[in-house]
Write a protein that binds this ligand. Structure first.
Ligand code: 1CP
Length: 336
């Protein structure tokens, strides 16, 4: 059984630094593109056999130390019956803009809304058979709210910011509902076999420290607490939040995902030294030559300091990444 990743989450000694790649299943893989030519994105997410197949694709090519179930951060919003399309990112048919919009949201239990996610996880545990641990995930309340209010991924998220300053209690009410729904969703995942949960806060970098304190800290902490109560370690990835890492550390995660905008050893010091870290190679390095990939990846391994470090990119892998770059990366991290 390969348990390097789980041992690193717990800061136990490992024989070498474990490695997985954010968005490791997806568009940079020709076999993913081939499957997607036959089935649209939501169909893949909602069909357990297809979602499990896509999850396993990168494992067949690369010697990675963790698998992450295939879904999207917007998947659990099926509990609220929120209509959306993907092109390629999520687009919400009717963005949430008013107090009445928030009050209308009633979540079904995750078990009823997204049984296919639980089934995907059960298939994967069986298929993986201990080859790698299986990671489940969800979006952080703030990042999900950003998509719901803005309606899509957009630089700055001004519609969300407008709500923040114009109607703070509306945003707080939305965050509260999302926190409960995500907690229910991660409990379902842990019960179905997820061995760790990563919380993606991809857009939290847009907030000021004052707004972090008011809108991000409590909902995130509550979600982290819910994950830990279900018995699995939690990774919190706060993208773009390197300037407020002291605040980030207060959410109480087991592992902190670090983007590439800060040296990893510095990040660990700013987090107070204790927790495990995950990261943090700039994903764009994989668009460069092999020699540079090797040099930069080895530097990340060195700064990670071995114990309590999980190697990853500082954000998701780009769709245009050459396969040979990923091969060079995996070779370097395994041999370093
Ligand atoms: O066309 C396609 O095939 C769809 C592209 C795609 C894929 C492959 C989307 C739409 N989502 C996914 C899968 C996905 N999304 C995974 C599983 C893959 C893996 O990690 O192996 C995960 C973990 C996510 C999570 C996700 N979705 C995040 C958080 C991670 C991050 O990169 O910050 C975010 C922000 C999203 C939103 C989203 N969904 C899809 C896209 C292209 C995006 C981001 C861009 C946007 O908002 O427009």
């Amino acid at each position: 059984m390969n348990d390097r990743f789980l041992r690193a989450c717990r800061r136990e000694p490992v024989d070498r630094t474990p490695l997985w790649i954010m968005r490791q299943a997806g568009r940079y893989l020709p076999e993913y593109r081939e499957l997607r030519a036959k089935a649209d994105f939501l169909t893949v997410c909602r069909t357990p056999e297809l979602a499990a197949e896509v999850t396993l694709q990168p494992l067949r090519r690369f010697q990675l130390d963790a698998s992450i179930m295939f879904a999207d951060i917007m998947t659990p919003l099926d509990a609220f019956d929120i209509a959306m399309t993907f092109n390629p990112g999520p687009k919400v048919a009717q963005p949430i803009r008013t107090r009445a919009d928030v009050d209308r949201l009633h979540a079904k239990p995750a078990e009823e809304a997204v049984p296919y996610v639980a089934e995907t996880l059960r298939i994967l545990r069986r298929e993986l058979d201990g080859r790698t641990p299986l990671i489940g995930f969800c979006g952080a309340p703030f990042t999900i709210a950003a998509y719901l209010v803005q309606g899509e991924g957009k630089e700055g998220f001004n519609a969300l910011k407008k709500m923040m300053f114009e109607a703070p209690s509306t945003l707080e009410a939305l965050l509260e509902k999302l926190t409960l729904a995500m907690a229910d969703y991660v409990r379902l995942q842990a019960k179905a076999g997820a061995q760790a949960i990563q919380i993606f806060d991809s857009w939290v970098g847009v907030v000021s420290p004052e707004d972090w304190d008011r809108y991000v800290l409590e909902p995130t902490k509550a979600l982290v607490t819910a994950v830990r109560a279900s018995g699995v370690p939690v990774i919190y990835f706060a993208n773009g939040a390197t300037t407020i890492l002291d605040r980030v550390a207060a959410v109480g995660a087991d592992v902190y995902g670090i983007d590439w905008r800060i040296p990893l050893d510095e990040a660990r010091a700013r987090l107070g030294g204790a927790p495990a870290v995950q990261g943090n190679l700039d994903p764009a390095v994989l668009l460069g030559p092999v020699a540079e990939i090797e040099r930069r990846a080895a530097d990340v391994v060195r700064r990670g300091g071995g114990k309590g470090h999980i190697f990853n990119l500082g954000h998701g892998i780009f769709p245009e990444t050459p396969i040979e770059s990923v091969e060079a990366l995996v070779r370097t991290v395994r041999g370093a």
